[in-house]
Write a protein that binds this ligand. Structure first.
Ligand code: MG
Length: 165
């Protein structure tokens, strides 16, 4: 276990619907549509949370923060990510880095990259060099390409923390 890096993957997707805020990576973005969900539906925060929990073999976001629980109605998913990071550290792992690809046809997300990275890094208690966020499109194909939803793929790595070595 000593110094061994462990990896986790995460995937999430939410539908784009009218009359919802569009929150991605803790950034509220001006758009005609927002993501549907029980929480704030922050698809990026959710995928990163699953990747991080996966790296620590701690299950998934739904096990820890169930969308059937009224306590998580409208929840700030960056806050849930921060709580997941606490669980991971309690398990004896130190987050090292996360990388994510947001797949969205519109709006343009590139201009929001910096605050997204900052929000994720803060929640994870990582330096901004530990977080990377990328953007790509569906090229008109499938539900993402038609603008019906946004999807995110993420990975996270952790190492056994010093106290556990
Ligand atoms: Mg989700």
């Amino acid at each position: 276990m000593n110094g061994v890096a462990r990896n986790g993957i995460g995937f999430d997707t939410h539908r784009l619907v009218p009359e919802r805020p569009l929150v991605i990576g803790g950034v509220t973005i001006e758009h005609d549509f927002g993501l549907a969900g029980h929480s704030d539906a922050d698809v990026l925060a959710h995928a990163v949370t699953d990747a991080l929990l996966g790296a620590a073999a701690l299950g998934d976001i739904g096990m820890h923060f169930p969308d059937t629980d009224p306590a998580f109605s409208g929840a700030d998913s960056i806050e849930l990510l921060a709580r997941a990071a606490v669980l991971v550290r309690e398990r004896g792992f130190e987050p090292v880095n996360v990388d994510a690809t947001v797949i969205a046809e519109r709006p343009m997300l590139g201009p929001h990259r910096e605050p997204m990275v900052a929000n994720l890094a803060k929640a994870l208690a990582l330096g901004i060099g530990g977080v990377n966020v990328k953007f790509t499109r569906g090229e008109g194909m499938g539900y993402v390409g038609r603008g019906e939803g946004i999807a995110v793929l993420a990975t996270a790595s952790v190492v056994a923390a010093a106290a556990e070595r």
